[in-house]
Design a protein around this ligand. Structure first.
Ligand SMILES: Cc1cc2nc3c(=O)[nH]c(=O)nc-3n(C[C@H](O)[C@H](O)[C@H](O)COP(=O)(O)O)c2cc1C
Length: 272
């Protein structure tokens, strides 16, 4: 199985890379994995200009012609992704943040369902939780099933034995979880996977909102139109009923934000 590891540290062979290599060793002890490393430091990835074209019109309208597409092709080829960033001022590095901004359109139109991700971070001491949670949220929004958050403390002085053992333990546990999850991804691919209420509701909200704003966000509209879910999946009858009820509630609550729903507009006029 192919795993793509994207390193967001400007220090190419720094603590985060060392941690990623240890994780690779742990993974290879458990299965037949082929690792590829991509250093954001070595890529040509311009800063997002904020034109909004990727969201509204589609990614092919992004005016920046650089390595973004090459990176996404690598993400598509791999079964799993390991996203790595050290903590810089309580969050990811600027390299990682720019990469995330450049793929922000995926938060509207996820393309990586059926794939698995693990997020990895190293820190001098603080900001680990915030950084890991952020990377988990982003990779999840891109469609990945995030099965591991691996955080290591790598202080700028020699690690104590206790800390070394703690880090080894964390790496082993993360590798074990990621390995198991990668090996059980068949359900996600064959459509046997059951979708939970929360995920289904999120999908339906996006679908409904993009329908209401189709003139402004045609790329989102095209992506959601006619889709049952992001990937082939089973949706239980109770999930469907509950989602339909909650969807109406959520859309009503969003009535000041989202234009175009006739019924809601009429109700508002009566109240006025
Ligand atoms: C600019 C900069 C900002 C940092 N910010 C934090 C921080 O907010 N909290 C922390 O505990 N460590 C911080 N560190 C320490 C790094 O997170 C830590 O040394 C990390 O392991 C470096 O990984 P690398 O060698 O892969 O770059 C910072 C380091 C740098 C260079």
């Amino acid at each position: 199985m192919k795993i793509l590891t994207i390193i967001g540290s400007p220090r190419k062979k720094g603590n985060s890379y060392q941690a990623a290599k240890e994780l690779e060793e742990e993974m290879k002890r458990r299965g037949d994995y082929d690792f590829e490393y991509l250093f954001l430091k070595d890529t040509n990835l311009e800063i997002c200009r904020g034109c909004f074209n990727c969201f509204a019109k589609g990614i092919k309208f992004c005016p920046l012609k650089d390595d973004r597409e090459m990176i996404e092709n690598k993400m598509k080829e791999a079964e799993g992704l390991i996203l790595v960033s050290p903590v810089y001022a309580i969050t990811v590095t600027a390299l990682m943040k720019n990469f995330i901004d450049r793929l922000a359109y995926l938060c509207h139109r996820p393309a990586y369902h059926g794939k698995n991700a693990l997020v990895l971070s190293t820190t001098g001491g603080i900001g680990l939780k915030e950084t890991l949670n952020y990377m988990e949220m982003i990779t999840g929004a891109w469609g990945y099933k995030v099965t591991g958050k691996c955080g290591l403390i790598t202080a700028p002085w020699p690690a104590t034995t206790v800390l070394k053992n703690k880090n080894t333990n964390t790496l082993e546990k993360s590798a074990s979880k990621f390995d198991k999850s990668l090996k059980s991804m068949n359900k996600e691919k064959t459509g046997e996977m059951k979708v939970g209420f929360k995920n289904y509701l999120n999908f339906k909200i996006f679908q409904k909102v993009t329908d209401n704003v189709k003139e402004y966000m045609p790329a989102d509209y095209q992506y959601y139109q006619g889709k049952k879910y992001y990937q082939p999946a089973q949706i239980g009858i109770f999930t469907k009923i509950l989602t339909e009820i909650m969807l109406n509630v959520v859309i009503f609550m969003m009535r000041d934000m989202v234009p175009g729903d006739e019924k809601i507009e009429k109700k508002q006029k009566v109240v006025e």
